[in-house]
Design a binder for this molecule. Structure first.
Ligand SMILES: N[C@@H](CCC(=O)N[C@@H](CS)C(=O)NCC(=O)O)C(=O)O
Length: 216
């Protein structure tokens, strides 16, 4: 039996934890939860993760949820893997960028793709989607600037910050179909060639180059 079971959905935010486990050489069993088929709402899965979200990482019969907490756990479980910088301020800066993606940027995609989560009235959905897309575009412009100046974390993003950023570079196609600016594109290419990320992309059947559909 594996030490960990990872519940993931192809191309979802769980991709970052999936890549981190692979990078750390963890002994884990990947289990696919297809969000399109609403498998996250199956009673067996809701017992593990009552919010019906991915990722969930099961370790010793305990279900860990929330990407930020799982990443912190994996960094302590695999200290040699370099998932988070060891020294401050690099560690605090990486944590700040990770937290920003989780609590600030990720919910904007929820507003864009699952707008009804925030407002039942369909009449307000177009303006909510438009606002979310505008804020996301502004974020990608800021990210480009920060990457170019070594200010996304400290220096070149590595470890979990790089993997988690990769998820959002992939999703950027939903709001910026014209493609990524140079520093963001360079990170996307580097991540696509990262051995752990490449294995995980192949297993999930997705690419960092974009989305198959606008709501992927
Ligand atoms: N705060 C959670 C958010 C997880 C989350 O929203 N996951 C999405 C996929 S990217 C999901 O499972 N959505 C399914 C749904 O909301 O029904 C985390 O960072 O782990």
């Amino acid at each position: 039996m594996s030490e960990f079971v990872l519940f993931y959905s192809p191309g979802a935010c769980s991709l970052a934890i999936h890549a981190a486990l692979e990078h750390a050489g963890a002994d884990f069993e990947p289990v696919r939860v297809d969000l399109r088929q609403k498998q996250q709402l199956a009673p067996d899965y809701l017992r593990l993760n009552p919010q019906g979200r991915v990722p969930t990482l099961v370790v010793s019969d305990v279900a860990l949820t929330e990407t930020v907490a799982i990443a912190d756990y994996l960094d302590r479980r695999f200290p040699a893997a370099g998932l988070l910088p060891k020294a401050d301020p690099a560690r605090a800066l990486a944590q700040a960028a990770i937290q920003r993606l989780s609590s600030d940027i990720h919910p904007l995609y929820r507003a864009l793709w699952i707008t009804g989560w925030f407002a039942r009235d369909p009449d307000v959905h177009p303006t909510m989607k438009e606002t979310a897309a505008e804020r996301l575009k502004a974020f990608y412009a800021e990210l480009e600037q920060r990457l170019a100046e070594g200010r996304w974390g400290q220096g070149e993003p590595t470890g979990f910050l790089a993997y988690y950023t990769g998820v959002f570079l992939r999703w950027s196609a939903a709001v910026a179909p014209e493609g990524l600016a140079p520093a963001s594109e360079a990170l996307r290419r580097r991540l696509s060639e990262d051995p752990a990320m490449a294995r995980v992309l192949a297993r999930e059947g997705v690419s960092l180059a974009g989305l198959k559909r606008a709501t992927d």
